[in-house]
Structures are given as C-alpha cells and as structure tokens.
Write a protein that binds this ligand. Sequence first.
Ligand code: DOR
Ligand code: ZN
Length: 335
Amino acid sequence: MYFTLQSPLDMHLHLRDEMMLYQVAVHSAKSFAGGLVMPNLVPPVTSIETLLAYKERILTACGNEKFEPLMSLFFRNDYSYEFLQKAKPYIYALKLYPSGITTNSEGGVNSMDIENLRATFEAMSELEIPLCVHGETNGFVMDREAEFGSIYEQFASNFPKLKIIMEHITTKHSVDLLSRYENLYATITLHHLLITLDDVIGGAMQPHLFCKPIAKRPEDREALLHVALSGDSKVMFGSDSAPHPLHKKECCGCAAGVFSAPIALQVLVELFEKHNKLENLQAFISNNARVIYNFIPLAKEVILEKKPFLVPNNYGDVVPMFAGAELAWSIKNVH
Ligand code: DOR
Ligand code: ZN
C-alpha cells in the first residue's frame, strides 16, 4: 500500500546552528518541501543580515535535498515599520516568546500588555506579516497555556487583521478558541497528538518526551486529534522538532524538546490511517498552511509505503522520538 503527499510542510521547526544544524537539517529536508524555521538561536535572529546568512547555512546543510527554509524573525516590540517593510520579502512570520518561557527565549517579551505591543502588531497587520506565538504564562505548568488564552483573545480581538498562529497547542481550551476568532490559527505537533503527561512522567520518566508546552490530559489530546484528523482549515502541522544533544536530555536539568523530524511523516500517515482519515492528511500537512501563509511551496512529491521502518537509536548525538522502534510506514520515494 502506498500513500502520496504533495509538498508536505512543517510549519514549526528548530534547526539550530553549527554542528547540530548539519546533523538535523537533512532529516527535515528529506521529508518536507519546506518548514517554518524558528529564530531562537543564541543570540536570536533579529536582523535581516543574520536571517539571510542563517538561511544560507540551512540550505548548505540540506545538501541536495529539495527544501525551502521559511524564515522567521524573533519578535521584538521595538522593530520599526520601515524595518519590517524591508524584512517582509524574506520572512514568513515573527515569532513571539514570553521572556524566559522556554529554550533560548531570554530576549523575549516581558509584558503582554497590548499597549506595549500595539505599534508592532499594527505594522504587522498592515504589512500582512503573521504573528506566531509561544502561548504560555509563567503560572503552574499544567495551566500555562490555558492562562494565556485570555491574552490570545485580546490579541485577536484588538488586531482583527493580524493573523495569529497559536503555536504547538496542547489543550482543548486552545482548540475551542480557534472557532471563536477568525484570525486565530494553530500548529499542532506530532507528539501532542500521541502522548499525554502520563507518557512523560506517569511511569519511568521519559526525558526524550519532555517538551514545552508539556503534554496535557487525555481529553486535551482527544480535542487535538479531533481537529487535526478532521482536516480543519484552521490547523496545520508543525512538528516543533527540537533537537538537543543526548547529554542535555539524559541528565539532571533535562532540556525541553522532542526530536521528531525523521519520523514525523511516517507516524502521521499511520495515525491518520488508524483513524480512517487519510483523506484529510494532505490538508493538515500542507494545504491549510498554504492558505494561512498565502504561499506556494516547492513542488515535491513524497511517496510513503506501508513497509516497516526501523527507527535508528540515534542520529549522531540526538535521540529521535520512537528511537529503536519499528514503524509501520516508511518513505519510499521523493521527487
Ligand atoms: O520543547 C520545546 N523545545 N519547546 C520550545 O518551545 C522550544 C524548543 C527548543 O527550542 O528546544
Ligand atoms: Zn518550538
């Protein structure tokens, strides 16, 4: 049995830099036609020059694979209109991190007060630059995303022309917000479709499943699954594939992030097949993103085959999700 995807896209992706970039980029580039690259490097990507240089390094690391890095800038509330206008041809989004909320987000925004953000949001609305948001407060870890809900609502209602993408949503509450505001969209990761907090800490602790936002309750996962499997035009796939070297995962003070890039497509096909929703995978993996971001991706056909794929235990010093497991589907051909 075969299943073909046209130009699969990963609309939330960490590729890192230097050695790590060279280890991981090729795995995204093999499966996907493009990906929205997160700007949380050290230091974060905040200028056009560093963004373009980073894009070149990504393309080099992708070798001969056909892959378009869709670049994003790290959100700052002091970017001028002129700067954003100049950046617009090179970027797909600005990514807003609350300061200190996750890996390399120290230079993020300190206050979500809309007056603090108004000038930038207005410029982005006018220039039609989407806003991607890591939506968590610094409250109790299980409630952080739900607490951020009222901030999403303020953003959405005060800036109706701004496209706001709630990144890596993990709760039923966030899913419910999507239908209430025309300008709210979301990415959903593979791991949040599969796991709950139980899988992370319910038994022996699983550092390779530890990520931000933390996986939540079964009813949250059900809501995410439902909206993703339905092909709902408000949601798109964003792996949040976030590699960290083994010594930063299997240690005290484990870094947050699940490395899923090499297995994402194979597992998504299995998941949609299991739920008899294969017909909606193309929307989730590519078509919805094309409409939301208003662009045409590189032409790339990925043919998957229902043939076992043994996931390597590691890619260099990074451990992937499903390390050592046998998946039902593999990638047969890409052209
Ligand atoms: O788990 C995560 N890892 N969540 C994020 O928001 C950032 C990411 C990373 O960069 O490692
Ligand atoms: Zn991320």
